[in-house]
Design a protein around this ligand. Structure first.
Ligand code: SF4
Length: 896
């Protein structure tokens, strides 16, 4: 017999009330179901095993003497003891089989404006979730063989206006036909219902059914069938107005049982702030997290050992958790995180990115830097650093071949990358079955040494288990999928799988609001109780309007919000101390608390009572010593370099600290990767072209009339290679073609003045000595010319016009030409403009070249002596230098 539910008000002593009901119920005694102290004849079904422990403890508390407890279990555990009626199709298999059917339908892609096949994967998942909902609501009726389900469906559609029905007809038909197609004997819902009904048929013990929720269609059908053979007593929460605090009842009428008469305002009695509820309005995110962490610390110091944190705002919760870890309080997270947010899953996703991007440099470096990759390889960090430096230096944006070429000078690093290239090549087949993709992915995890590390990591273990589950669940799926589809499927699995970190400390438990049902804590903190997060934003369900859902018996927006409100009310009744916090300001704008809190405050205000008290926390004051930072000015005579380049000396003049960091400590920033060639690349190409051109003219004594074609041929050779890498080089190619004629005119004119090209791109060194020391000057000179009198001239190519080069000599900040003069003993020096003005190019000669060299020699010696004598090297760069400085983070300019 199925009895009317026994209703117990939401309270801290819920389980004691249940225990009392079991011990004292006349109902059960009258039917002689309970022998003295032996309750083993009774079966009790609770929502989770945690509740089973709570009930057992409550019974032990209530019954002071020995007794045999009832058989307390969960429905899932009961069903697992049943012989399965059919092999259930796993959710993963259902998803991919449905997806492979959907991708064949061109009209569907049009309907949902899907650009790629993989855009239909989330749609397939939504459809399956909807099918499960429909099964939950309608299967019991379908089982009877009646047409009730179809009738309900037609009736539900009638809820829509004719226009809406017309618009939605394609979508509605799709949902209905997909649902019907899913209803095979292997459908998980059908198997579950069949098992429940077979359990009901074998009912051999009275049943107490405890649930915090209203019965769904499956449960109602099951209990009804069970009740035809045995006594069934449902125990549920009492949501009549008199069962809970009058302030809550007045503020939240939606809580009250639908068939109960809503009391008149005066019937609520005195409305006063409920005991144990506090609010905490924080100034911002950091303030909310800090106040939350401090609250928990104080509670623990006060002896509370079971603290619940309801994380409505996960960002605040994450920050608070980090703050608590500093205080050695490790939060047990029952909510868990998406597996996709773990480093383990990110490493696998990064591998897929490398394959898709064909070794796109940033993706490749991200993958290699993962601690899960090549962990057993000797000196992995050094090799990855080498790879990064070489790829950046060569400005390789991606491609296995280009990466291999850039790494040719580092065999070990190159080997590492070629191992990846071999693995990536295995993923090239157009289409594979899921079993084949899984095997291939597992192979890559082995080859990249990821498996050994994943297995030692809690999230990594779950990632490996996921691939095992995919292999197992989808072994019979015969459809084939592209790599893009495999990647989208795995990423979706990472998104929808929850990772629950291992528990190490049970004092503070973070949980969702519905996880607190039938539980009590010493104190509870809810973070994120603002309008954006509480009630939680519900995903708008595709396909079905609320009216249709209501008619079909599916959960509606209102029913979900009502359940959330009931969960909140239960939390408030079941715990003696609840602090509700939110950010009162966001981005400087006022941010309102949850409408439920506001309604409660309004009701209290109208009743003339006190307000909900603020939660006050005591923040320890700490006096910190101010540390005044000042400009760094190290002295390091022991680091005096033995070599000096022109750019090195320029750095010393511009900022001694920059010289100290880059030339003495030898620190350097990483080269920036750029998708498009930059001006420095253009400069490099022109240097190569002009070196090849002048070498050829000099060696083959090319007459003037043929030189233009030689320059063109050399230009084609260099630019053809660059254009093959990127079309973005075309702009520079055109730019140089416009300059070539002007350059040739200038070069021929110079030759007619008696100057001949002597050598290009020449590396030179020279030792500069003084009484107490010496230094080697070194540099690569773009070009040295010689005239018939044996005089030499240094030439430096610049991709600038002649006017701007002449003005360079006025500032005299760049000592490059004088420096080269010291290396070559040239009598003159020129900048050569490779940017025409009005169709002409030209040069700019360094004035007073001999004097400039002499002064530079004196300055270099004085500076090197100073460093050797311990002279400080201040960070005295000016802003125009600092803005491009690689070591700004080291000198911390701006912090002093
Ligand atoms: S940021 Fe400026 S002051 Fe600091 S090291 Fe660089 S150039 Fe010098």
């Amino acid at each position: 017999m199925l009895h009317s539910p026994l209703l117990i008000p939401p309270c801290a002593t819920f389980w004691d009330e249940v225990a009392k009901a079991i011990f004292e119920s006349d109902l059960l005694a009258a039917e002689r179901l309970v022998r003295p102290r032996d309750f083993s004849a009774i079966r009790v079904v609770v929502p989770t095993f945690m509740h089973a422990h709570q009930l057992a403890a409550a019974m032990a508390r209530h019954q002071k003497c020995a007794f045999i407890p009832p058989r307390i279990t969960t429905l899932t555990a009961l069903l697992s003891q049943q012989v399965p009626t059919a092999q259930v199709t796993s959710d993963r298999e259902r998803l991919m089989v449905l997806y492979s059917a959907l991708r064949q339908q061109a009209w569907l892609k049009k309907l949902f404006t899907a650009r790629r096949n993989t855009d239909l994967l989330p749609l397939a998942q939504t459809l399956l979730a909807l099918c499960d909902e429909l099964s939950q609501a309608l299967l019991p009726e379908l089982r009877d063989g009646s047409d009730a389900a179809d009738e309900r469906w037609d009736k539900a559609l009638e809820q829509l206006s004719p226009i809406a029905r017309h618009v939605l007809s394609d979508e509605a038909k799709l949902v209905w036909s997909v649902w019907k197609s899913q209803l095979g004997a292997d459908d998980a819902n059908l198997v579950r219902l069949t098992q429940m009904m077979s359990l009901a048929k074998q009912a051999e013990a009275p049943l107490i059914w405890i649930t915090p929720l209203e019965l769904d269609a499956f449960e109602a059908t099951f209990l009804h069938a069970y009740g035809t053979r045995q006594t069934v007593l449902p125990i549920m929460l009492d949501w009549h107005a008199t069962s809970f605090d009058s302030a809550y009842a007045a503020a939240w009428p939606a809580l009250i049982e639908a068939d109960a008469t809503l009391p008149l305002a005066q019937e609520f009695g005195d409305i006063v702030p409920p005991a144990g509820l506090f609010i905490s309005a924080a100034k911002n995110l950091e303030d909310e997290a800090t106040r939350g962490a401090q609250t928990i610390i104080q509670w623990i110091q006060a002896g509370k050992s079971r603290i619940g944190v309801i994380a409505q705002d996960r960002v605040v919760a994450r920050r608070m958790r980090a703050l608590l870890e500093r205080a050695q309080i490790f939060v047990t997270d029952e909510t868990g995180w998406k597996l996709s947010t773990t480093r383990a899953a990110a490493a696998v996703a990064a591998w897929f990115d490398v394959i898709v991007g064909r070794a796109e440099t940033i993706a490749l470096l991200d993958f290699l830097k993962s601690p899960f990759v090549f962990s057993g390889t000797a000196e992995k960090s050094a090799q990855v650093m080498t790879i990064e430096m070489l790829l950046r230096r060569a400005n390789v944006s991606g491609g296995w071949a280009a990466a291999g070429e850039a790494l040719s000078s580092a065999p070990a690093a190159r080997n590492l990358v070629s191992r990846l290239a071999q693995q990536a090549a295995l993923f090239s087949p157009a289409r594979q079955t899921l079993a084949q993709w899984t095997a291939m992915t597992n192979g890559a995890l082995e080859a990249t040494e990821m498996r050994d590390v994943l297995i030692k990591d809690a999230a990594g273990e779950q990632v490996l288990a996921l691939f095992e589950a995919i292999a197992n669940d989808c072994r019979t799926v015969q459809q084939t999928f592209s790599f893009a589809e495999w990647r989208a499927f795995v990423n979706l699995q990472f998104e929808t799988t929850t990772f629950i970190p291992p528990q190490v400390d049970n004092r503070v438990v973070m949980l969702p609001l519905n996880g607190a049902r039938f539980r009590t804590f010493d104190a509870v903190l809810m973070v994120g109780a603002d309008g954006d997060h509480f009630p939680s934003q519900l995903n708008e369900t595709l396909f079905f309007a609320n009216a249709v859902r209501r008619e079909l018996g599916l959960a509606t927006r209102e029913s979900r919000q009502r359940q959330q409100l009931r969960d909140f009310a239960e939390l408030l009744h079941a715990n003696s101390m609840v602090v509700v916090s939110w950010q009162a300001y966001k981005d400087g704008e006022p941010n309102r608390s949850s409408p439920w809190i506001e309604r409660l405050q309004l009701v209290l205000e109208r009743a003339g009572g006190a307000e909900i008290p603020d939660h006050s926390i005591h923040m320890e004051h700490r006096d910190l010593n101010t540390q005044i930072t000042s400009m760094p000015m190290p002295s390091a005579p022991q680091l005096l370099p033995d070599k000096l380049s022109a750019s090195g000396y320029n750095s010393l003049v511009a900022c001694p600290y920059q010289f100290f960091a880059t030339r003495m400590l030898r620190l350097s920033g990483l080269d920036e990767l750029s998708d498009v060639p930059e001006k420095r690349d253009y400069g490099d190409w022109l240097h190569q072209i002009l070196k090849l051109y002048h070498d050829q003219v000099q060696e083959q004594k090319i007459p003037l009339s043929e030189r233009a074609s030689v320059l063109e041929a050399v230009t084609e050779k260099i630019f053809a290679a660059e254009l093959a890498k990127t079309g973005a080089a075309l702009g520079y190619y055109t730019r140089w073609q416009k300059t070539m004629t002007a350059y040739l005119s200038w070069a021929n004119e110079r030759e007619s003045q008696g100057w001949h090209f002597m050598i290009g791109e020449d590396k030179l060194t020279k030792t500069l000595s003084w009484e107490s020391g010496q230094i080697t000057l070194h540099g690569r000179i773009d070009r040295i010319d010689e005239n018939d009198a044996g005089e030499r001239a240094v030439l430096d190519y610049k991709t600038k016009n002649q006017g701007s080069l002449k003005s360079k000599f006025k500032q005299l900040e760049d000592h490059q030409l004088a420096f080269y003069g010291m290396l070559t003993e040239a009598s003159s020096a020129f900048y050569v403009a490779l940017e025409p003005t009005k169709g002409k190019t030209g040069d700019a000669e360094a004035p007073n070249y001999g004097e400039w060299q002499h002064q530079l020699r004196v300055q270099i010696i004085a500076n090197m002596r100073g460093i050797a004598d311990g002279k400080p090297l201040p960070a005295s760069g000016i802003e125009s230098i600092c803005q491009y400085c690689e070591v700004r983070g080291l000198c911390r300019k701006g912090a002093w």
